[in-house]
Design a binder for this molecule. Structure first.
Ligand SMILES: [Fe+2]
Ligand SMILES: [Fe+2]
Length: 154
């Protein structure tokens, strides 16, 4: 299990995603839909950038060098990324669709928060796969110089 090392910054980002999702939920509970919408849109943008970095910089190198274990098949990361992006897009849409003049507003918010719980589980599962697979696998097949390059700006 990958707990610390050269790719720690990417794991810290995963924790940031969960925190942003919770802040978005808190805003909905307060009835502050403007903040709730801004926060989920920011989360979508952050996830997009994080996934792009993994798919364009990290995965090609791993795919080229090989050596992954059973849980670390590169296509699993790509499949989960597609699912994460589709789900967060649907949540952005649902949040934008909340209507303060609708008598069912509070129930709609409760149901949306319930729906978001499975998104949290998906992110948690993906974090675990990258901790157990991607980061230790990459650390094994790269030099410290390459690792520094993988984290920096292109
Ligand atoms: Fe990640
Ligand atoms: Fe990822």
């Amino acid at each position: 299990m990958y707990m610390s090392g050269p790719f720690q910054a990417l794991l810290d980002a995963h924790e940031g995603f969960d925190e942003s999702l919770l802040q978005h939920q808190e805003a909905m509970v307060r009835g502050d839909l403007k903040s709730a919408r801004d926060l989920i849109a920011e989360l979508q943008a952050e996830l997009h950038a994080h996934i792009r970095h993994e798919e364009e910089r990290l995965l090609p190198l791993l795919e080229e060098r090989g050596g992954w274990g059973r849980i670390g098949e590169p296509r699993y990361y790509r499949e989960e990324h597609a699912k994460i992006q589709a789900t967060v897009a649907a949540l952005v849409e649902a949040t934008n669709g909340l209507d303060t003049s609708d008598p069912s507003l509070h129930r709609d918010i409760a149901l949306l928060i319930g729906r978001e719980q499975s998104f949290r589980s998906l992110l948690e599962h993906h974090d675990e796969r990258e901790r157990k697979g991607l980061f230790p696998d990459l650390a094994r097949v790269t030099t410290p110089e390459e690792q520094a390059g993988l984290l920096g700006k292109p």
